[in-house]
Ligand binder design. Structure first.
Ligand code: AMP
Ligand code: MG
Length: 365
């Protein structure tokens, strides 16, 4: 039975521009100022607000203009959306989910001049490969075949309802990343046993990494890529590292609990407060425990991952929300160059072994 409950959904689409603006103001307000002219590339993609601020770009001979650079970046964003979106009927992922099989093409799709691109299906293959790798590493806490559960809960769409047990059981039976087969030799992707893929937990990280590679190839040495709060830095500012804020859960987007100092790294946060509804004092959020079929109830409100690559950060932040503190700490401390900051449901801040090195300030009330 569908109930239209009091909705407390925090819509990334609606408010992420505000969050981004605040992060920007916060970024520019911190540290020393240098009167460099920044260049911004902005747009709405991936159900969120995309914002790239370039601080420095080397002027090499034959370099393309900023107008061309912006146009190329936006064309790439548009293309990534058409590859990875589960909800767009014209996306490549929808084609895969419908036909359950896809041949990976070796022909590049986008023409970016001298910059080498790959085919849409090759992007899909590569990201799914990462998703499966992290599925295995996290024993299924991250599971890219979670789509039937995401659909059953429908939390991303604004209509909120608690699915019937039978609906959850039916969805659960189709969830297992082991039903995805990637064949490198045959260049194919196959979905078995009715599996359906959702890349919402990992696509933004991958796209950020791809955009960084592109921008660096075009001479950018200092920039911040912000895909709705999924942050990836290129280098640092001329005055030093970037400052990136971690939000206080369930507060306003500008309420920064922890300030990080970041150079050339990614900062990705997954949190229960990002998309949720509340019923009878229980919060139902968008990060699903693929083994249980319900929103993860692991004692965490948010997990922030600091890592060189944003794909890793995006995969791990979602997975840790499912795994809970103990298993996550063990996992993160076993990985090189990856740090995590956890905020528990009690509001405690717990850090992985070397995460303190990145913390500039805590605004604990
Ligand atoms: P993130 O905000 O990166 O933590 O990703 C959350 C999104 O990933 C959700 O909106 C779903 O689309 C999807 N998702 C939810 N739970 C999982 C899970 N356990 N594994 C993989 N994807 C998930
Ligand atoms: Mg994620």
């Amino acid at each position: 039975m569908k109930k239209h409950l009091r909705s407390f959904i925090y819509s990334k689409t609606r408010y992420s521009w505000l969050f981004t603006l605040v992060v920007m103001l916060f970024l520019s307000g911190c540290g020393h100022q240098k009167s460099v002219e920044t260049q911004d590339i902005t747009g709405n993609y991936f159900d969120t607000y995309v914002s790239i601020r370039i601080y420095e770009r080397e002027e090499t001979e034959g370099a393309i203009s900023f107008t061309q650079l912006r146009s190329n970046v936006l064309a790439q964003c548009e293309n990534y959306e058409k590859i990875f979106s589960r909800t767009r009927t014209d996306s490549l992922l929808t084609a895969l989910n419908t036909t359950k099989a896809l041949v990976v093409s070796s022909e590049p799709t986008l023409d970016m001049g001298s910059y080498e691109t790959i085919s849409d299906s090759a992007h899909l293959y590569r990201l799914m490969e990462q998703g499966i790798r992290y599925g295995a590493l996290t024993h299924g806490a991250l599971d890219i075949t979670v789509a039937p559960l995401v659909e059953a809960w429908n939390i991303n769409q604004g209509v909120v309802s608690i699915p019937a047990n039978a609906t959850i059981a039916a969805a659960l039976s189709k969830v297992s990343y082991e039903h995805v087969h990637l064949d490198g030799a045959k260049h194919s992707i196959t979905l078995e046993d009715g599996a359906t893929v959702d890349l919402g937990a990992i696509a933004k990280g991958y796209i950020a990494d791809q955009l960084k590679d592109y921008l660096v190839s075009q001479g950018v040495t200092s920039a911040i890529i912000d895909l709705g709060g999924n942050i990836l830095c290129i280098g640092e500012k001329s005055t030093g590292p970037f400052t990136v804020g971690i939000r206080r859960p369930f507060s306003t987007p500008d309420d920064v609990l922890i300030t990080l100092s970041i150079s050339d790294q990614s900062v990705v946060t997954s949190g229960t407060y990002e998309r949720y509804f509340e019923d009878n004092g229980i919060i139902y959020h968008h990060i699903i425990d693929p083994k249980v079929g319900y929103p993860a109830d692991s004692g965490l409100q948010s997990v922030t991952i600091i890592s060189p690559a944003s794909t890793d950060g995006d995969c791990l932040s979602t997975a840790c929300m499912v795994l809970g503190l103990k298993d996550s700490l063990e996992l993160i401390n076993s990985l090189e160059n990856v740090e995590a900051i956890f905020i528990t449901t009690e509001g405690d801040i717990i850090t992985s072994e070397h995460a303190e090195d990145y913390i500039l300030a805590r605004n604990v009330q």
